[in-house]
Design a protein around this ligand. Structure first.
Ligand SMILES: Cc1ncc(COP(=O)(O)O)c(C=O)c1O
Length: 487
């Protein structure tokens, strides 16, 4: 049985920990403040003292609170080195992109079992409900043998999955017509389809900075240019900076804005709702398409799932792309794009690009959404990721040089670090590889070679002494580089 399957279904202590974690996250409980006592929690919430203690201990293991002898639990003060990086200041010119080589090496290193996998943003296979997937896929093949032996005529995807995906978003408050949904081979194909309908070689795409290297690679392969926009480590792309860029000379050839609005990669930033709304309006006003990557948005650590910018789309100008890769079944390679006003053109392009996506897998995933299995699984997965991120951040604070800055994402499973003393993370990468540790060096996330002293850590691998040791080694190497730079 996989780890995620063996976890109890959303026990009361975990829900209470999430609730208290959200209060800490949104600042209602501040650093140094005392949490309600065990007795008070059990009275207020009508739970046993054991459950209240379990909730407080869970918060402690997430690194959010600390126990003080005889006094209770207190919200942990952020150590000075946990300051977040500053808002980014990318250059104002669009440029051609070239990140291939380094990215391929990093992804190859992730396949090597002897190397600690802190590089590629790949979750641990153990988080996924393998047995449930096996059962549902087998039952679907029995019930619908025709899906195995006939060529799927539905290039936009099976109606059952399109319907379930539209329902999933409708439940959040983001109404999407089923006709708008096109099922794709993962989010990557969805992004390619979306970019393909609005941009031709030579055009410019506005992106957040730093940006997921997959965006950069797609931009490169399509002969497009990237215009990097200033981005806040917690609140994501600056809409003011985008507005400014669109008014500049470089902004005139922008055909689309491509970004993750919730729990971005690599920063883990999420745009506030009012900024998502402004972004939708700004793109509409300037006649540029908005392509929104929503692949991490189901993975909030606490509180409600963020609304996508697509929820504010009134004209069909927003294309939302996502997949089950980070949430349920990376191997299925099933994703989707809400094509908005471009949906029909996307459907035709999907036919030309790869025909239909595997029908059996679509039907099986539709069944998991229909039965509520997906939502139940997410409840467990969110807690796993919250804990993984908190533990990794705590280890960074312990082992990395003083002055290291890091983001504190409210969802997903990557964190973004800025090392002090201009440590060169490309050089650090080579040294770390020799010691059996991989991570994602900062320059991978920029079209203009920025972020030379930044790096991204994947927190998606199950916490083990080996992972902690790898973080310690990496921290020591960074300490060594810092000392060498000072000599
Ligand atoms: C932001 C983002 N979008 C898309 C993807 C790729 O999604 P898929 O594997 O479904 O193509 C990733 C994978 O790391 C990602 O981080």
């Amino acid at each position: 049985m996989s780890q995620a399957e063996s976890l109890p279904a959303a026990p009361i202590y975990a829900r209470l920990a999430d609730e208290l974690g959200a209060l800490i996250g949104n600042g209602q409980l501040r650093a140094g403040e005392r949490l309600p006592s065990v007795r008070r929690l059990s009275r207020q919430k009508r739970i046993s003292a054991t459950t209240a203690v379990a909730a407080l201990r869970s918060l402690e293991s997430r690194g959010l609170v600390e126990a003080r002898p005889q006094s209770g639990y207190f919200v942990k003060a952020r150590a000075p080195q946990t300051r977040e990086p500053a808002i980014t200041r990318p250059p104002g010119a669009a440029r051609l992109v070239g990140v291939d080589n380094l990215m391929v090496r990093m992804i190859d290193a992730a396949q090597n079992p002897d190397i600690a996998p802190l590089g590629a943003a790949a979750p641990d296979p153990a988080w996924f409900p393998v047995q449930r997937l096996q059962r549902v896929i087998a039952a679907t093949a029995r019930r619908h043998p025709e899906l195995l032996v006939t060529c799927c005529q539905y290039y936009a995807g099976l109606d059952s999955l399109r319907h379930q995906v539209a329902r999933h978003y409708a439940a959040l408050g983001c109404a999407v017509a089923q006709d708008e949904v096109v099922i794709s081979n993962g989010c990557t194909e969805a992004l390619n389809l979306a970019l393909g309908v609005v941009a031709t070689p030579g055009d410019t795409i506005a992106i957040e900075s730093p940006s997921y290297y997959g965006f950069l690679q797609i931009i490169e392969k399509r002969g497009l240019k990237a215009l990097e926009i200033a981005t806040h480590p917690r609140e994501g792309l600056s809409v003011d900076a985008l507005e400014h860029a669109l008014a500049s000379r470089a902004g005139r050839s922008v055909k689309a804005c491509l970004l993750s609005t919730s729990f971005s990669n690599p920063m883990g930033a999420s745009m506030p709702e009012r900024e998502k709304r402004r972004l939708v309006e700004l793109c509409e006003r300037h006649g540029i398409a908005l392509i929104e990557d929503d692949v991490y948005a189901d993975l909030q650590h606490a509180g409600p799932r963020p609304l996508p910018a697509k929820a504010y789309d009134r004209s069909g100008n927003v294309m939302l792309c996502s997949s089950f890769t980070k949430t349920l079944a990376p191997g299925a390679r099933i994703g989707w794009v809400f094509g908005g006003r471009y949906a029909e053109e996307i459907r035709l392009r999907k036919f030309a690009a790869s025909g239909a996506s595997p029908a059996i897998l679509q039907e099986a995933l539709a069944e998991l959404l229909r039965s509520g299995g997906y939502e139940r699984h997410l409840l467990k997965l969110r807690r796993c990721y919250a804990e993984q991120v908190a533990r990794t951040a705590a280890a960074v604070c312990e082992y990395f040089p003083a002055g290291t800055r890091l983001t504190q994402p409210g969802g997903g499973f990557v964190i973004w670090l800025e090392l002090p003393g201009r440590i060169d993370t490309l050089a650090l990468y080579e040294k770390a590889l020799q010691q059996g540790v991989t991570f994602a060096p900062g320059p991978l996330f920029s079209a203009s070679g920025r972020y030379g002293s930044f790096l991204r850590l994947n927190c998606g691998r199950m916490w083990t002494p080996g992972i902690e040791h790898a973080l310690m080694r990496l921290g020591q190497l960074a300490q060594g580089e810092l000392a060498a730079g000072r000599r």
